[in-house]
Write a protein that binds this ligand. Structure first.
Ligand code: SF4
Length: 401
């Protein structure tokens, strides 16, 4: 199973953070590495992807070995049938990519790459490298479904690409002219996200980040809070982040003051412009507060003390210790089974699994619609299309049609 990039101080996966907050890597060293259930699930999904891609593109595993290894991975308690689907999609996307080459490309998986020419001690692992003609393709599989990750201007992918260029230069020399970087996140994005740039552009980018990486590595960096704090190990205890979120200056200019310095807050109604601005400014504040809450709860549950706070039991619902026994008791008391049990139809997903994709599409496809999701507020920079009542009405017509 792939191992996480444990020992690189300036890892590719954290580059979007340390390129903005150069103090982060050394600051984070004092906090233990986070291992989460999600990370472990991701590692298992990666291992399944790796196996399928090896089987598809190489002769390194016999069908029998493939089945044995896949079955072993499926015995992992973290395995879910969804992993089988997403790894199939990943393999299919790579197959489509390979078909874009005029001649069958060379394919390698889980490739260790060094980008230490640009980032001190920098190394990482590319999920898939494909080379042919004048193009190098690198693909990263992401199992997370929290935030969609774009390949555009993505420093993690660019660092991998720099490492892959270096690794394959002895074989391909200067033949490679273009680099295509792809992030495949099949659980939340139907199509992978890709960016293609020339080798010159990539090398120039590598040169541009060298001084930043050197600063971060030597511990000479400065703190710069922002959205990138999200995955920082010190996000709850970072003083710079707290300073920024408690600085009233952050909010002071967004609501204009009138002549006698009485805040307009007290006098009337906020304008929509002011509300839009406040929502943007307050976004990080809300996230930061959530991180503080999470830190405090974990700390108290571990036996620590956070002055003024304690842990309490949350809301819970009553439940039977043994549902079958309870219902049997109800039947013994004279209640008929048909009153006690509901006959429920299987869900769409369960039926698809039961019938298989092809038969499901053939027999039930015409009954399937995908209504618009509930409207949710998002900043203008969000890539999703804006929700309009007209689009919702149209979706309604389609569902009824
Ligand atoms: S929490 Fe944010 S500002 Fe603080 S070290 Fe981490 S990335 Fe930098």
């Amino acid at each position: 199973m792939p191992t996480p990039e444990k020992h690189a101080l300036l890892s590719a996966s954290s580059a979007s953070r340390w390129l903005k907050c150069t103090a982060a890597p050394r600051f984070e060293e004092q906090f233990p590495e986070n291992t989460s259930e999600y990370a472990e699930e991701g590692r298992l999904a990666h291992a399944i992807c790796e196996l399928k891609v090896i089987k598809h593109f190489t002769t390194a595993v016999t069908p029998r070995t493939f089945t044995t290894r896949l079955n072993k991975l499926k015995k992992d308690p973290r395995y879910t049938p969804e992993m089988d689907k997403t790894s199939d999609l990943y393999r299919d996307h790579l197959t489509e990519k390979a078909m874009q080459y005029d001649i069958k490309p060379a394919v390698a998986v889980e490739v260790r790459v060094d980008f230490d020419e640009y980032v001190p001690d920098g190394f990482g692992t590319c999920d898939c490298v494909m080379i042919g003609g004048d193009t190098l393709n690198i693909t990263d599989y992401k199992h997370g479904k929290g935030v969609p990750v774009s390949a555009e201007n993505n420093p993690q992918m660019r660092l991998y690409a720099l490492g892959a260029l270096k690794r394959y230069k002895p074989v391909y020399g200067d033949c490679i002219k273009n680099v295509c970087m792809t992030i495949d996140q099949p659980r939340i994005q139907d199509e992978p996200s890709s960016e293609t740039i020339t080798v010159e552009e990539l090398l120039a980018w590598g040169e541009s980040i060298k001084p930043i990486a050197a600063k971060a590595y030597m511990g000479l960096g400065s703190f710069c809070p922002g959205e990138h704090c999200r995955f920082c190990r010190g996000k709850a205890q970072c003083r710079a982040r707290a300073d920024q979120n408690t600085a009233l200056e952050e909010f002071k200019d967004c609501v204009p003051q009138n002549g006698d310095k009485t805040p307009l807050f007290g006098q009337g109604v906020l304008t929509d412009e002011e509300i839009g601005d406040l929502l943007i400014r307050g976004k990080e504040l809300v996230k930061w507060y959530g991180d503080l809450e999470e830190y405090a709860l974990v700390s108290i549950l571990k036996g620590g003390t956070i002055p003024g706070w304690k842990a309490v039991a949350g809301r819970s619902n009553r439940t039977f210790t043994d549902t079958d026994a309870a219902l049997n008791a109800a039947m013994d008391a004279g209640y008929d089974k048909s009153i006690l049990y509901d006959l429920k139809p299987k869900t769409l997903t369960e039926l698809e699994k039961l019938m298989g994709k092809t038969e499901f599409a053939d027999k039930l496809g015409s009954f399937v619609v995908k209504p618009l999701g509930k409207p949710t507020l998002a900043p203008l920079t969000d890539k999703r299309e804006a929700y309009t009542p007209a689009a919702a009405d149209f979706a309604e017509v389609l569902s009824n049609g």
